[in-house]
Ligand binder design. Structure first.
Ligand SMILES: Cc1cc2nc3c(=O)[nH]c(=O)nc-3n(C[C@H](O)[C@H](O)[C@H](O)COP(=O)(O)O)c2cc1C
Length: 168
């Protein structure tokens, strides 16, 4: 039984640097029948085009990438420290090889529109894609700090409207 309540984006109490960079998130996308989840620690929240938005950066090699590409929505689920092992698993193993909910014990939950997130999360952002674009080498300005991250494809950036915030 869900214990979430809905709040407005401006009511989120967390520090975004800690929330995304240190606590990490599970980005989950798909449908009830077919979805995937992966850990992210890059990204941001803020305002763009007059809307509350989340910025996420997903490499095209990720199994999750196809789900995000093929669906209008994804979620970002944030957890207490006790779920660190689950987030490590989801950040080092691919949904191509493992059933991540089964392996981690995380329980999928779905919004009334069928968008997947996780019951054990303490905070969930429902994100509706507004804009996406691959980062490119030619657009890098300060190359030294950036090149170490890339042997292959650059991330794709998604700017998404935060359409719902669920909190416990
Ligand atoms: C702490 C942490 C943060 C990560 N952040 C990102 C990220 O922001 N973007 C990304 O593309 N991959 C990120 N990853 C890597 C993916 O989570 C990882 O490749 C995952 O296994 C992909 O799963 P999938 O193939 O099922 O989609 C991160 C991994 C960890 C452990």
């Amino acid at each position: 039984m869900s214990t979430f309540k809905e709040i407005l984006p401006e009511q989120i109490q967390d520090n975004p640097f800690k929330l995304i960079g240190k606590d990490w998130a599970l980005v989950t996308s798909g449908t009830k029948d077919s979805f995937n989840t992966m850990t992210v620690s890059w990204g941001g929240v803020g305002v763009m085009w007059g809307k509350p938005v989340a910025f996420t950066f997903i490499r095209p090699q990720r199994h999750t990438f196809g789900f995000i590409e093929n669906n209008d929505y994804f979620t970002m689920s944030f957890f207490d420290e006790e779920y660190r092992d689950a987030l490590n698993f989801c950040g080092t193993k691919s949904g191509r090889d493992y059933d991540k909910p089964k392996e981690t014990g995380l329980t999928p939950a779905f919004t009334e529109d069928g968008i997947p997130y996780f019951e054990q999360a303490r905070l969930v952002l429902v994100c509706k894609k507004m804009y996406s674009q691959f980062l490119t080498e030619e657009n890098v300005i300060d190359g030294e700090g950036v090149k170490k991250w890339y042997k292959d494809d650059y991330h794709k950036m998604y700017v998404s409207e935060i359409t719902k915030v669920l909190v416990k």
